[in-house]
Design a protein around this ligand. Structure first.
Ligand code: ZN
Length: 236
């Protein structure tokens, strides 16, 4: 069930206990992937998993918080506090409309903290339950070994896009930029500039549609299982 396509009559009758909210970004992804990559992927996974496990898919939030890629043309960086408050409002409205659990399916690293803040705030003010999933880290983990050179717009993300929206990928522009992420998570412009000399990490040339399909199918199954597990835990 896709919320934006439902009419009011159908919405009133529908089982609305569980909803998925995809959140992404408009951000430079090398030269070969669309700017909406981080939104397109969670939206696709959400729609397939919702079909399997039964859930309402809320409209995707396309704009995200993108500090590291800010300098590259095509990146729209939304202030984290604005994003946090915006997501909090959406979660509270979901509750008011009869939704009892929202799975926020995030497609972009910079969004994680604002989403978690929104989840904390909305669940303290209402009876809503929220789970935050960073899909590229938390789903399809059994297929990670397929990729020797993952990264931002790298082998894994490019493969996933070939599987989901091949027509939007210009594979002839795919590049390679191997970097080593520091072992300690550090917020630093200096580190960001070093890592993102170009808007790509890893080797996008190694991407294939087959590897992408394996990753996306595993992610869909994992999400569907998470939904049924949460239904049991929360008695929904
Ligand atoms: Zn991305």
């Amino acid at each position: 069930m896709i919320l934006k396509d439902m009419n009011g009559f159908d919405f009133e009758k529908a089982d609305k206990s569980v909803a998925i909210l995809p959140v992404g970004s408009i951000e430079r992804h090398g030269d070969h992937l669309p700017l909406g990559t981080d939104s397109e992927l969670p939206e696709h996974i959400a729609q397939r998993a919702a079909g399997m496990a039964g859930a309402v898919v809320l409209p995707t939030i396309y704009y995200g918080s993108c500090h590291a890629m800010r300098g590259f043309p095509g990146t729209f960086d939304i202030d984290s506090e604005v994003l946090f408050k915006y997501i909090e409002c959406i979660l509270e409205e979901a509750w008011r409309n009869g939704i009892r659990l929202v799975i926020v399916l995030n497609g972009h690293g910079g969004n994680t903290t604002p989403i978690q803040m929104a989840a904390r705030q909305a669940t303290s003010r209402t009876g809503l339950s929220v789970t935050v999933i960073d899909w590229w880290k938390d789903l399809g983990t059994g297929k990670k070994d397929l990729f020797s050179s993952p990264g931002h717009a790298g082998e894994d993300e490019t493969s996933a896009m070939l599987a989901v929206a091949e027509g939007k990928v210009n594979i002839y522009l795919a590049g390679r930029h191997e970097v080593k992420y520091p072992e300690i998570k550090v917020y630093s412009k200096k580190i960001d500039e070093r890592l993102y000399e170009i808007a790509l990490t890893g080797d996008a040339k190694k991407a294939t549609k087959e590897k992408g399909e394996a990753l996306i199918s595993a992610a869909v199954e994992d999400l569907a299982k998470t939904i049924s597990d949460l239904r049991k835990i929360l008695e929904l």
